[in-house]
Design a protein. Structure first.
Length: 290
């Protein structure tokens, strides 16, 4: 059976590995087809293309965008697009600029509650769309900040616990995320010759929101990310049926960010949870993986 992962993140967004390191892990794990889908950016794709060629891996161009549709926050994956298409480049540039404004506000709020901010260290990050691992990691690098976190949150607190304590809604460092209108992003992906896929629908939507997926199909969504660790068995079956009934491509991926929370976590261990059946590949995914 083909081993395929169409949802991977590098340190060009909020992953911990370079595109090359990521693809080397994928190759060692027995993958044949992969996609680098960094958040709201494509800065790592040229490196990924070079690594894929050297490793003899099939690489699908990709990215994952934070979107909004009828007040619902959703993630949409774009695949197999032209990297230099102006419509897509404009949206990416605008989203990154707005995100940078948000991060500046987050850091200002953090300083007001006693954190020492090292802007130079943050600026050295490879990421074109800074993730919380970079922001919180930069805070922890300062001894005074680390003492503050250990005292207020706990010595063994992980990234998610620290985020919840300081930056989640209602907390002192919270600044609302920047989400892009779903229809605009879908249109840009299509103009760039690509395919738009709704990422891990079970994470942001309930079964009662299936009508939203049907509406998004009318806007241009061509697929559903069915096979994902975010879905339990019931959701897996439900979204397979929904995709089949509505002629949507079924895709899958681990949403692997590297060993950020669990140092022992590898791509291979996540793939022990699920895989993409050959039947699904032949019936739908093959349209994307030419």
């Amino acid at each position: 059976m083909s081993k395929i992962d169409l949802h991977l993140h590098s340190y060009f967004s909020d992953g911990s590995l370079s595109p090359t390191q990521l693809l080397i892990q994928a190759k060692k794990s027995g993958h044949q087809v992969v996609s680098l889908t960094d958040h709201n950016g494509i800065s790592g794709l040229l490196e990924a293309q070079a690594a894929a060629k050297k490793l003899r891996l099939k690489l699908i161009t990709g990215l994952e965008f934070y979107c909004i549709y009828k007040k619902r926050r959703i993630h949409i994956l774009g695949y197999d697009f032209k990297l230099d298409h102006p419509a897509l480049q404009r949206i990416i540039s605008s989203a990154q600029a707005k995100h940078q404004e948000r991060i500046s506000k987050v850091l200002l709020k953090a300083s007001k509650v006693g954190f020492v901010i090292n802007q130079n260290q943050i600026n050295k990050a490879k990421s074109s769309y800074l993730g919380w691992d970079v922001i919180i990691g930069s805070l922890q690098a300062n001894p005074k900040n680390l003492m503050k976190i250990n005292r207020e949150v706990g010595k063994d607190a992980d990234l998610l616990v620290i985020f919840d304590h300081y930056f989640s809604p209602g907390r002192p460092g919270h600044v609302p995320a920047v989400d892009w209108p779903a229809a605009q992003f879908i249109k840009a992906v299509k103009l760039a010759g690509g395919v738009a896929v709704l990422a891990h629908p079970g994470q942001q939507l309930s079964f009662a929101d299936d009508k939203v997926i049907i509406e998004l199909k009318k806007k241009g969504i061509a697929g559903l990310e069915v096979f994902t660790p975010y879905h339990n068995w019931h959701q897996l079956m439900h979204y397979q049926r929904l995709a089949y009934d509505n002629k949507l491509i079924m895709t899958g991926g681990t949403d692997y960010h590297g060993p950020i929370l669990d140092k022992k976590l590898t791509i291979n261990s996540q793939w022990e949870y699920f895989s993409i059946p050959d039947k699904i590949y032949k019936q739908g995914l093959g349209k994307l993986i030419k």
